[in-house]
Design a protein around this ligand. Sequence first.
Ligand SMILES: [Zn+2]
Length: 176
Amino acid sequence: MERTPNSLKEFDIPFSGLKVGLHEYEYTIKQAFFDSLESNVVDESDLHLIVQLEKQENLLTLFFEANGTITGACGRCTQPVDVNIAFKERLFVKFGEENFETEEIVTLPEHAHSINIAEILLELITVHVPIVIVHEDEDDCDPTYLEYLTGESEEEQTEEEESDPRWEALKKLKND
Ligand SMILES: [Zn+2]
């Protein structure tokens, strides 16, 4: 496993000393979390996470429950949009040499005694962030930026069509 930055040490769960049963952990996920993992999936974050670890003899099960908001740039006007995030997920942790990993299962080495869940959390949050973030109501978009963006893109397109020699050649070909 890769080295964990100090800022992500709080996501270490040393499970070997835990009793069989349920154990609960709470995290507040701010932007610094994403920065530490060099992720730019969101611009701001205020997420509350409850992680429950169920320890059995040869299996760990992690239950995740997230609630809160993230902020991203609107795809139409580039201004910030808050998005509510709420999800529940479950992940099985198995032990052994085989690298049998799916979306629901991670494998740790036989003698592992702790797991750092930072990367797992990042992955879970990332899949729950909408691919396209936009103001739900177009009227909420900032008109200044909207006009600016639309104006620019139209201009760019025309310019491209006019100046691209391949386009000219194609047009000529069609006309002949
Ligand atoms: Zn917008």
